[in-house]
Ligand binder design. Structure first.
Ligand code: PLP
Length: 428
């Protein structure tokens, strides 16, 4: 029995399913989740000492690679001054200033502790600001596990085949309208019917929870125009895309300005951090300036701020993204070409340092239905073959992959050589 198998058996006795977040349990791909003991640069190491090239990057935060020296040192230095004060610090101001500078639509910023808190709070703010009830979201997009958003959500919920969760009252879910991603007509229809009660549209500007699906041309611009027409708030959930698909996030990459933005993952450098922010005239409605309540014991935590600032400071150099993006393209295109060489139908999507490969003969995957119609049996064989080869992909075909600064050309070449052997097993 491997150490991971022993740990998994032990974990299941006191932790539901043995994990603290469902997708980690390998339910979609079967087998035993690898218990991780350390990570460095592009690599993770499991409890049995096996090394993996990691393309999950802690589900997104590690755009600089694991165990980044500057982040680690900033955390150690901050920890020496105490772990939490529950009172304001200068680091929080510097963080808000830096975020505003890198993402100019975020004129004001409120720190929270996770992506879920960011989206949940942004939606409350949009509702309070507009005095309307409904939220419009997209099939296959995941915005965390708040009640109002766990309606036909993706990510863990999608992977487990549970489109919406028990425990979410119908009365809550009825305020969430779910329409098709990349389909402006479906958005317009929803607004024609409910436009006077839609507080906001929330969207992943590049969908990363139904594999990787970038917006088709005109989609984000169309959402902007519809929100303007109906007086609804446009929320970009950039928890995944922020500081990843471009220095200024998807809004910079596609040049569309939302009213509110949610951040998470990269902004914490690996610590539990999220943020939401946007137009001053909206943010001023949040407590204590305004009546819309939102709070957090550990929000703006000094150690978390130190980690996030160390990450964002390094990411302030836009040229840093060039090689990450070209390596991402090299990887996804290379895997697709190798699949074709083995006679396996495949297509890929890339947005900055996010990528997705799809086991399908559809030419370009642009929506949820196409994503879920992919060949999961082939993916699962490929997944385990890659794991054996020492390449750690997301343990579900509905997740985007991530490339970091630490994944150099050599790492990509090693991965592609592994993929070549793995595809041979898929057709064997
Ligand atoms: N929004 C998006 C786009 C995400 O991908 C996620 C998590 O994967 C979340 C929100 C929720 O973030 P967290 O898991 O930090 O609560």
């Amino acid at each position: 029995m491997s150490k991971s198998e022993a740990l998994f058996a032990r974990a299941q006795k006191t932790i539901p399913g043995g994990v603290n977040s469902p997708v980690r349990a390998f339910k979609a791909v079967g087998g035993t989740p690898r218990f991780i003991s350390k990570a460095d640069g592009p690599y993770m190491y499991d409890a049995d000492g096996k090394q993996y090239i990691d393309y999950i990057q802690s589900w997104g935060p590690m755009v600089l690679g694991h165990n980044n020296a500057a982040i680690r040192e900033a955390v150690v230095a901050a920890a020496q001054n105490g772990l939490s004060y529950g009172a304001p610090t200068e680091a929080e101001i510097i963080m808000a200033e830096l975020v505003s500078q890198l993402v100019p639509s975020m004129e004001m910023v409120r720190m929270v502790n996770s992506g879920t808190e960011a989206t949940m709070s942004a939606i409350r703010l949009a509702r309070g600001y507009t005095n309307r009830n409904k939220t419009l979201k997209f099939e296959g997009c995941y915005h965390g596990h708040a009640d109002a958003l766990l309606v036909k959500a993706g990510s863990g919920a999608l992977t487990l085949g549970v489109p919406s969760s028990p425990g979410v009252p119908e009365d809550f879910a009825k305020h969430t309208l779910t329409v098709e991603y990349n389909n402006l007509d479906s958005v317009r229809e929803a607004f024609v019917e409910h436009g006077d009660d839609i507080a906001c549209i929330i969207v992943e500007p590049v969908a990363g929870n139904m594999n990787c699906i970038p917006p088709v041309e005109g989609f984000l611009e169309g959402l902007r125009a519809i929100c303007d027409e109906y007086g609804a708030v446009l929320i970009f959930d950039e928890v995944m895309t922020g500081f990843r698909v471009a220095q200024g996030g998807a809004q910079a990459r596609y040049n569309v300005e939302p009213d509110l933005t949610c951040l998470g993952k990269v902004i914490g450098g690996g610590m539990p951090v999220g943020a939401f922010g946007g137009k001053r005239k909206i943010l001023e409605h949040i407590a204590p300036t305004g009546p819309i309540y939102q709070a957090g014991t550990l929000s703006g935590n000094p150690v978390a701020m130190a980690a996030g600032l160390a990450a964002l400071t390094q990411l302030s150099d836009p040229s840093l993204y060039d090689s990450i993006f070209s390596n991402t393209e090299r990887l996804a295109k290379g895997m697709t070409e190798l699949a074709h060489k083995h006679g396996i139908p495949m297509t890929y999507n890339v947005a900055g340092s996010m990528f997705g490969i799809f086991f399908t003969d559809v030419e370009k995957v642009t929506n949820y239905q196409q994503a879920i119609n992919c060949n999961t049996a082939q993916f699962n064989v490929f997944y385990h073959a890659m794991l054996d080869e020492g390449v750690y992909l997301a343990p579900a075909s509905y997740e985007a992959g991530f490339v970091s600064k630490a994944h150099d050309e050599q790492i990509i070449a090693t991965t592609l050589a592994a993929a070549d052997r793995a595809f041979a097993k898929v057709v064997a």
